[in-house]
Ligand binder design. Structure first.
Ligand code: NDP
Ligand code: 5RP
Ligand code: ZN
Length: 341
Protein backbone atom coordinates (compact mmCIF):
# COMPACT_ATOMS: atom_id res chain seq x y z
CA UNK A 1 0.00 0.00 0.00
CA UNK A 2 1.27 3.48 -0.83
CA UNK A 3 1.65 5.74 2.20
CA UNK A 4 2.59 9.40 2.55
CA UNK A 5 5.29 10.14 5.11
CA UNK A 6 6.05 13.78 6.00
CA UNK A 7 9.77 13.91 6.66
CA UNK A 8 11.92 16.74 7.96
CA UNK A 9 14.66 17.11 5.35
CA UNK A 10 16.45 20.12 6.84
CA UNK A 11 15.71 22.79 9.44
CA UNK A 12 12.17 24.18 9.01
CA UNK A 13 11.61 22.05 5.89
CA UNK A 14 9.33 19.04 5.52
CA UNK A 15 8.81 16.99 2.37
CA UNK A 16 6.00 14.54 1.58
CA UNK A 17 7.54 11.24 0.50
CA UNK A 18 5.57 8.28 -0.84
CA UNK A 19 6.61 4.86 0.43
CA UNK A 20 5.30 1.41 -0.39
CA UNK A 21 4.49 -0.49 2.81
CA UNK A 22 3.41 -4.10 3.31
CA UNK A 23 1.29 -4.97 6.33
CA UNK A 24 2.47 -7.98 8.32
CA UNK A 25 0.08 -9.96 10.53
CA UNK A 26 1.61 -8.55 13.71
CA UNK A 27 0.86 -4.99 12.56
CA UNK A 28 -2.23 -2.79 12.48
CA UNK A 29 -2.91 0.35 10.44
CA UNK A 30 -3.58 3.52 12.41
CA UNK A 31 -4.67 6.90 11.08
CA UNK A 32 -2.99 9.51 13.36
CA UNK A 33 -5.52 12.03 14.71
CA UNK A 34 -3.80 14.21 17.37
CA UNK A 35 -0.05 14.84 17.43
CA UNK A 36 1.79 16.53 20.28
CA UNK A 37 5.15 18.29 20.04
CA UNK A 38 8.15 17.41 22.22
CA UNK A 39 11.30 19.48 22.89
CA UNK A 40 13.24 16.76 21.02
CA UNK A 41 11.15 17.41 17.85
CA UNK A 42 11.71 21.16 18.21
CA UNK A 43 15.49 20.58 18.37
CA UNK A 44 15.39 18.71 15.04
CA UNK A 45 12.93 21.17 13.46
CA UNK A 46 15.01 24.23 14.39
CA UNK A 47 18.30 22.51 13.43
CA UNK A 48 19.39 22.75 17.05
CA UNK A 49 21.39 19.48 16.88
CA UNK A 50 24.94 18.95 15.67
CA UNK A 51 25.39 18.68 11.90
CA UNK A 52 26.67 15.10 12.40
CA UNK A 53 23.43 14.10 14.13
CA UNK A 54 21.27 15.86 11.52
CA UNK A 55 23.21 14.20 8.68
CA UNK A 56 22.72 10.81 10.30
CA UNK A 57 19.03 11.09 11.23
CA UNK A 58 17.36 13.21 8.51
CA UNK A 59 15.24 12.83 6.45
CA UNK A 60 12.91 11.60 9.20
CA UNK A 61 9.24 12.02 10.14
CA UNK A 62 9.00 13.86 13.47
CA UNK A 63 6.62 13.36 16.44
CA UNK A 64 6.67 10.58 19.00
CA UNK A 65 3.59 11.66 20.99
CA UNK A 66 0.34 10.78 19.22
CA UNK A 67 -3.00 9.05 19.26
CA UNK A 68 -4.85 7.69 16.26
CA UNK A 69 -7.80 5.61 15.11
CA UNK A 70 -7.41 1.99 14.04
CA UNK A 71 -8.41 1.61 10.39
CA UNK A 72 -7.44 -2.04 9.89
CA UNK A 73 -6.40 -4.97 12.03
CA UNK A 74 -5.87 -8.23 10.12
CA UNK A 75 -6.42 -10.17 13.38
CA UNK A 76 -9.50 -8.18 14.54
CA UNK A 77 -7.98 -7.72 17.98
CA UNK A 78 -8.65 -3.98 17.65
CA UNK A 79 -11.96 -2.73 16.28
CA UNK A 80 -12.02 -0.24 13.43
CA UNK A 81 -12.39 3.20 15.06
CA UNK A 82 -10.67 2.26 18.34
CA UNK A 83 -8.53 5.14 19.61
CA UNK A 84 -5.01 4.04 20.50
CA UNK A 85 -1.94 5.75 21.93
CA UNK A 86 1.08 4.73 19.87
CA UNK A 87 4.24 3.65 21.70
CA UNK A 88 7.24 5.16 19.85
CA UNK A 89 9.75 2.70 21.26
CA UNK A 90 9.99 -0.54 19.27
CA UNK A 91 12.09 -3.22 20.96
CA UNK A 92 13.62 -6.07 18.97
CA UNK A 93 14.48 -8.41 21.83
CA UNK A 94 13.17 -9.30 25.27
CA UNK A 95 15.31 -8.97 28.38
CA UNK A 96 14.49 -9.89 31.95
CA UNK A 97 17.03 -7.30 33.18
CA UNK A 98 16.94 -4.35 30.82
CA UNK A 99 13.70 -2.39 30.32
CA UNK A 100 12.61 -2.15 26.66
CA UNK A 101 13.45 1.56 26.43
CA UNK A 102 17.09 1.02 27.45
CA UNK A 103 17.85 -1.83 25.01
CA UNK A 104 20.42 -0.36 22.64
CA UNK A 105 18.90 -2.03 19.57
CA UNK A 106 15.37 -0.67 20.21
CA UNK A 107 14.11 1.74 17.54
CA UNK A 108 12.65 5.04 18.76
CA UNK A 109 10.39 6.96 16.41
CA UNK A 110 11.40 10.54 15.62
CA UNK A 111 14.93 9.83 16.82
CA UNK A 112 16.51 7.96 13.91
CA UNK A 113 13.28 6.26 12.72
CA UNK A 114 10.14 7.75 11.22
CA UNK A 115 7.77 9.30 13.74
CA UNK A 116 4.01 9.73 13.52
CA UNK A 117 3.80 12.55 10.90
CA UNK A 118 2.38 10.12 8.38
CA UNK A 119 -0.86 9.51 6.52
CA UNK A 120 -1.09 6.02 8.06
CA UNK A 121 1.14 4.36 10.65
CA UNK A 122 1.92 0.68 10.21
CA UNK A 123 2.20 -0.15 13.88
CA UNK A 124 3.27 -3.35 15.59
CA UNK A 125 0.17 -4.40 17.55
CA UNK A 126 2.10 -4.60 20.82
CA UNK A 127 2.84 -0.86 20.37
CA UNK A 128 -0.84 0.20 20.54
CA UNK A 129 -2.56 0.98 23.84
CA UNK A 130 -6.33 1.52 23.85
CA UNK A 131 -7.46 4.96 25.02
CA UNK A 132 -10.92 5.23 26.65
CA UNK A 133 -13.48 7.08 24.51
CA UNK A 134 -14.05 9.57 27.33
CA UNK A 135 -10.44 10.87 27.31
CA UNK A 136 -9.86 14.43 26.08
CA UNK A 137 -7.97 13.79 22.81
CA UNK A 138 -5.55 16.76 23.09
CA UNK A 139 -4.46 15.44 26.51
CA UNK A 140 -4.37 11.82 25.32
CA UNK A 141 -2.04 12.95 22.51
CA UNK A 142 0.73 13.50 25.05
CA UNK A 143 0.27 10.10 26.77
CA UNK A 144 3.89 9.36 25.78
CA UNK A 145 5.22 12.27 27.83
CA UNK A 146 3.03 11.26 30.76
CA UNK A 147 4.45 7.75 30.42
CA UNK A 148 7.97 9.24 30.65
CA UNK A 149 6.85 10.57 34.04
CA UNK A 150 5.58 7.12 35.05
CA UNK A 151 8.91 5.58 34.00
CA UNK A 152 10.84 8.20 36.02
CA UNK A 153 8.77 7.84 39.21
CA UNK A 154 8.96 4.03 38.91
CA UNK A 155 12.74 4.28 38.54
CA UNK A 156 12.86 6.54 41.60
CA UNK A 157 10.79 4.08 43.67
CA UNK A 158 13.08 1.21 42.62
CA UNK A 159 16.26 3.07 43.56
CA UNK A 160 15.64 5.37 46.53
CA UNK A 161 16.18 4.80 50.24
CA UNK A 162 13.21 4.72 52.62
CA UNK A 163 12.89 8.50 53.09
CA UNK A 164 9.73 9.54 51.22
CA UNK A 165 9.10 12.70 53.20
CA UNK A 166 10.02 15.43 50.66
CA UNK A 167 10.18 15.12 46.86
CA UNK A 168 11.89 17.94 44.97
CA UNK A 169 11.26 18.60 41.28
CA UNK A 170 13.64 20.95 39.43
CA UNK A 171 12.10 22.39 36.25
CA UNK A 172 8.92 24.45 35.84
CA UNK A 173 8.06 23.34 32.28
CA UNK A 174 5.99 20.56 30.72
CA UNK A 175 7.95 17.62 32.10
CA UNK A 176 8.18 19.10 35.60
CA UNK A 177 4.41 19.72 35.53
CA UNK A 178 3.64 16.16 34.38
CA UNK A 179 5.85 14.59 37.03
CA UNK A 180 4.46 16.87 39.73
CA UNK A 181 0.91 15.89 38.66
CA UNK A 182 1.74 12.19 38.90
CA UNK A 183 3.80 12.42 42.10
CA UNK A 184 0.87 12.05 44.53
CA UNK A 185 -0.25 8.88 42.74
CA UNK A 186 3.18 7.34 43.43
CA UNK A 187 4.03 9.02 46.74
CA UNK A 188 0.74 9.97 48.44
CA UNK A 189 2.42 10.81 51.74
CA UNK A 190 5.27 12.92 50.41
CA UNK A 191 5.53 16.67 50.51
CA UNK A 192 6.04 18.01 46.97
CA UNK A 193 8.30 21.00 46.27
CA UNK A 194 8.84 22.43 42.78
CA UNK A 195 11.86 24.60 41.91
CA UNK A 196 11.73 26.79 38.81
CA UNK A 197 12.96 29.90 37.06
CA UNK A 198 9.66 31.67 36.39
CA UNK A 199 7.01 32.71 38.91
CA UNK A 200 4.27 32.73 36.21
CA UNK A 201 5.05 29.06 35.47
CA UNK A 202 5.32 28.08 39.13
CA UNK A 203 1.82 29.53 39.60
CA UNK A 204 0.46 26.59 37.54
CA UNK A 205 1.80 24.21 40.22
CA UNK A 206 -0.82 25.36 42.74
CA UNK A 207 -1.32 21.73 43.87
CA UNK A 208 2.32 21.41 45.05
CA UNK A 209 2.98 21.87 48.76
CA UNK A 210 5.56 24.55 48.03
CA UNK A 211 7.26 26.22 45.06
CA UNK A 212 10.51 28.22 44.97
CA UNK A 213 12.27 30.34 42.41
CA UNK A 214 15.74 28.81 42.11
CA UNK A 215 17.48 32.02 43.22
CA UNK A 216 15.36 32.19 46.35
CA UNK A 217 15.70 28.81 48.06
CA UNK A 218 16.24 28.91 51.85
CA UNK A 219 19.79 27.58 52.42
CA UNK A 220 18.64 25.10 55.09
CA UNK A 221 15.89 23.54 52.90
CA UNK A 222 16.36 19.80 52.31
CA UNK A 223 14.59 17.34 49.98
CA UNK A 224 14.69 13.56 50.44
CA UNK A 225 14.80 12.67 46.73
CA UNK A 226 14.91 14.80 43.57
CA UNK A 227 13.94 14.73 39.90
CA UNK A 228 15.77 16.97 37.42
CA UNK A 229 13.46 18.06 34.56
CA UNK A 230 15.30 21.05 33.10
CA UNK A 231 17.58 20.20 30.15
CA UNK A 232 20.28 22.07 28.24
CA UNK A 233 22.79 23.96 30.34
CA UNK A 234 20.04 24.33 32.95
CA UNK A 235 20.72 20.69 33.89
CA UNK A 236 24.21 21.47 35.19
CA UNK A 237 22.95 24.35 37.34
CA UNK A 238 20.00 22.27 38.58
CA UNK A 239 22.14 19.24 39.46
CA UNK A 240 24.58 21.48 41.38
CA UNK A 241 21.67 22.95 43.32
CA UNK A 242 20.08 19.56 43.97
CA UNK A 243 23.37 18.26 45.39
CA UNK A 244 23.31 21.21 47.83
CA UNK A 245 19.71 20.59 48.92
CA UNK A 246 19.31 16.80 48.97
CA UNK A 247 19.66 14.65 52.08
CA UNK A 248 22.75 12.41 52.21
CA UNK A 249 22.14 9.11 50.40
CA UNK A 250 19.29 10.61 48.39
CA UNK A 251 18.53 9.66 44.78
CA UNK A 252 18.52 12.15 41.90
CA UNK A 253 16.60 11.08 38.79
CA UNK A 254 18.02 12.82 35.71
CA UNK A 255 15.63 13.51 32.82
CA UNK A 256 16.76 16.72 31.09
CA UNK A 257 18.47 16.26 27.73
CA UNK A 258 21.66 18.32 27.21
CA UNK A 259 23.18 18.74 23.78
CA UNK A 260 26.69 19.07 25.22
CA UNK A 261 28.20 17.07 28.10
CA UNK A 262 27.76 18.85 31.43
CA UNK A 263 29.94 18.91 34.55
CA UNK A 264 28.86 17.20 37.77
CA UNK A 265 30.53 17.75 41.15
CA UNK A 266 31.40 14.09 41.79
CA UNK A 267 33.38 14.94 44.95
CA UNK A 268 30.12 15.95 46.65
CA UNK A 269 28.22 13.03 45.08
CA UNK A 270 30.75 10.68 46.74
CA UNK A 271 30.87 12.54 50.06
CA UNK A 272 27.08 12.49 50.40
CA UNK A 273 26.59 8.95 49.07
CA UNK A 274 24.15 10.13 46.42
CA UNK A 275 22.68 7.98 43.65
CA UNK A 276 22.23 9.53 40.19
CA UNK A 277 19.96 7.55 37.88
CA UNK A 278 19.14 8.44 34.29
CA UNK A 279 15.57 8.02 33.08
CA UNK A 280 14.79 8.16 29.40
CA UNK A 281 11.68 7.44 27.37
CA UNK A 282 9.21 4.70 28.31
CA UNK A 283 7.69 1.39 27.27
CA UNK A 284 4.32 -0.25 26.72
CA UNK A 285 3.90 -0.96 30.43
CA UNK A 286 4.30 2.74 31.31
CA UNK A 287 1.64 3.67 28.71
CA UNK A 288 -0.80 1.19 30.22
CA UNK A 289 -0.06 2.58 33.70
CA UNK A 290 -0.93 6.09 32.42
CA UNK A 291 -4.29 4.87 31.12
CA UNK A 292 -4.98 3.03 34.39
CA UNK A 293 -4.08 6.02 36.60
CA UNK A 294 -6.04 8.54 34.52
CA UNK A 295 -9.09 6.26 34.32
CA UNK A 296 -9.34 6.18 38.11
CA UNK A 297 -7.89 9.46 39.32
CA UNK A 298 -10.00 12.41 38.16
CA UNK A 299 -7.83 15.00 39.92
CA UNK A 300 -4.65 13.95 38.10
CA UNK A 301 -6.62 13.70 34.83
CA UNK A 302 -7.91 17.28 35.23
CA UNK A 303 -4.46 18.62 36.14
CA UNK A 304 -2.99 17.06 32.99
CA UNK A 305 -5.80 18.52 30.87
CA UNK A 306 -4.70 21.93 32.20
CA UNK A 307 -1.36 21.39 30.42
CA UNK A 308 -3.01 21.56 26.98
CA UNK A 309 -1.47 24.65 25.37
CA UNK A 310 -1.58 25.77 21.74
CA UNK A 311 -3.93 23.64 19.64
CA UNK A 312 -4.76 23.82 15.95
CA UNK A 313 -6.13 21.78 13.09
CA UNK A 314 -3.39 21.31 10.44
CA UNK A 315 -4.22 20.38 6.86
CA UNK A 316 -0.95 21.06 5.03
CA UNK A 317 2.81 21.03 5.52
CA UNK A 318 2.75 24.84 5.48
CA UNK A 319 0.43 24.82 8.49
CA UNK A 320 2.65 22.28 10.26
CA UNK A 321 5.69 24.56 9.80
CA UNK A 322 3.83 27.55 11.22
CA UNK A 323 2.55 25.40 14.11
CA UNK A 324 6.10 24.36 15.07
CA UNK A 325 7.15 28.03 14.86
CA UNK A 326 4.21 29.12 17.01
CA UNK A 327 5.07 26.49 19.63
CA UNK A 328 8.67 27.71 19.82
CA UNK A 329 7.47 31.11 21.03
CA UNK A 330 4.74 29.82 23.32
CA UNK A 331 5.34 30.31 27.03
CA UNK A 332 3.33 27.46 28.55
CA UNK A 333 1.78 24.08 27.80
CA UNK A 334 1.86 21.26 25.31
CA UNK A 335 1.23 22.13 21.66
CA UNK A 336 -1.12 19.64 19.98
CA UNK A 337 -2.07 19.41 16.28
CA UNK A 338 -5.36 17.93 15.08
CA UNK A 339 -3.87 15.97 12.18
CA UNK A 340 -5.79 16.38 8.93
CA UNK A 341 -2.87 16.40 6.49
N1 NDP B 1 14.19 11.83 29.69
C1 NDP B 1 13.17 11.82 28.84
O1 NDP B 1 12.66 10.76 28.43
C2 NDP B 1 12.59 13.10 28.39
C3 NDP B 1 13.32 14.23 28.49
N2 NDP B 1 12.82 15.43 28.09
C4 NDP B 1 13.69 16.57 28.24
O2 NDP B 1 13.38 17.23 29.44
C5 NDP B 1 13.75 18.60 29.33
C6 NDP B 1 12.58 19.49 29.76
O3 NDP B 1 11.53 19.35 28.82
P1 NDP B 1 10.24 20.28 28.90
O4 NDP B 1 9.70 20.30 30.27
O5 NDP B 1 9.35 19.92 27.79
O6 NDP B 1 10.91 21.70 28.62
P2 NDP B 1 10.43 23.13 29.10
O7 NDP B 1 11.26 24.13 28.39
O8 NDP B 1 8.94 23.19 29.01
O9 NDP B 1 10.80 23.13 30.66
C7 NDP B 1 12.04 23.29 31.23
C8 NDP B 1 11.86 24.36 32.31
O10 NDP B 1 12.95 24.26 33.23
C9 NDP B 1 13.40 25.59 33.50
N3 NDP B 1 14.77 25.57 33.99
C10 NDP B 1 15.92 25.74 33.31
N4 NDP B 1 16.98 25.65 34.12
C11 NDP B 1 16.49 25.42 35.35
C12 NDP B 1 17.10 25.23 36.63
N5 NDP B 1 18.41 25.28 36.78
N6 NDP B 1 16.31 24.99 37.68
C13 NDP B 1 14.97 24.94 37.55
N7 NDP B 1 14.33 25.12 36.38
C14 NDP B 1 15.08 25.35 35.28
C15 NDP B 1 13.24 26.27 32.15
O11 NDP B 1 13.32 27.68 32.25
P3 NDP B 1 13.97 28.48 31.00
O12 NDP B 1 13.01 28.28 29.87
O13 NDP B 1 14.05 29.88 31.46
O14 NDP B 1 15.32 27.86 30.71
C16 NDP B 1 11.88 25.78 31.73
O15 NDP B 1 10.84 26.54 32.30
C17 NDP B 1 14.19 18.80 27.88
O16 NDP B 1 15.60 18.69 27.83
C18 NDP B 1 13.55 17.62 27.17
O17 NDP B 1 14.22 17.28 26.00
C19 NDP B 1 11.54 15.54 27.60
C20 NDP B 1 10.76 14.45 27.45
C21 NDP B 1 11.24 13.13 27.80
O1 5RP C 1 11.70 13.19 24.27
C1 5RP C 1 12.17 12.14 24.58
C2 5RP C 1 11.33 10.99 24.93
O2 5RP C 1 10.01 11.41 25.01
C3 5RP C 1 13.62 12.01 24.60
O3 5RP C 1 14.12 13.17 25.15
C4 5RP C 1 14.05 11.89 23.21
O4 5RP C 1 13.74 10.61 22.81
C5 5RP C 1 15.53 12.15 23.05
O5 5RP C 1 15.80 11.85 21.71
P1 5RP C 1 16.92 12.53 20.90
O6 5RP C 1 18.19 11.85 21.32
O7 5RP C 1 16.56 12.26 19.48
O8 5RP C 1 16.91 14.00 21.26
ZN1 ZN D 1 9.65 13.34 23.96
Amino acid sequence: MLNQVYRLVSAHQFEAQTIDENLSSDEIIVRPTYLSLCKADQRYFSGNRSQTVLDKKLPMALIHEAIGKVVFDPQNQFAVGDTVAMVPNTPHEKSSTIKENYLTNSHFRSSGYDGFMQEYVFLRRDRAVKVPKSFEPHMAAFTEMISVGVQALTNLKETMDNDESVLGIWGDGNLGYIIASLAKAFFPNSQLIVFGRHQYKLDYFSFADQTYLVNDIPPELKVSQALECTGGSGSQIAIDQIIDHIQPMGTIILLGVSENPIEINTRLVLERGLTLRGSSRSGHHDFQTVIDILSKDRQTYDRLCNLIGTTQKVTSIREVVSFFEKDSTSSWGKAVMRWEV
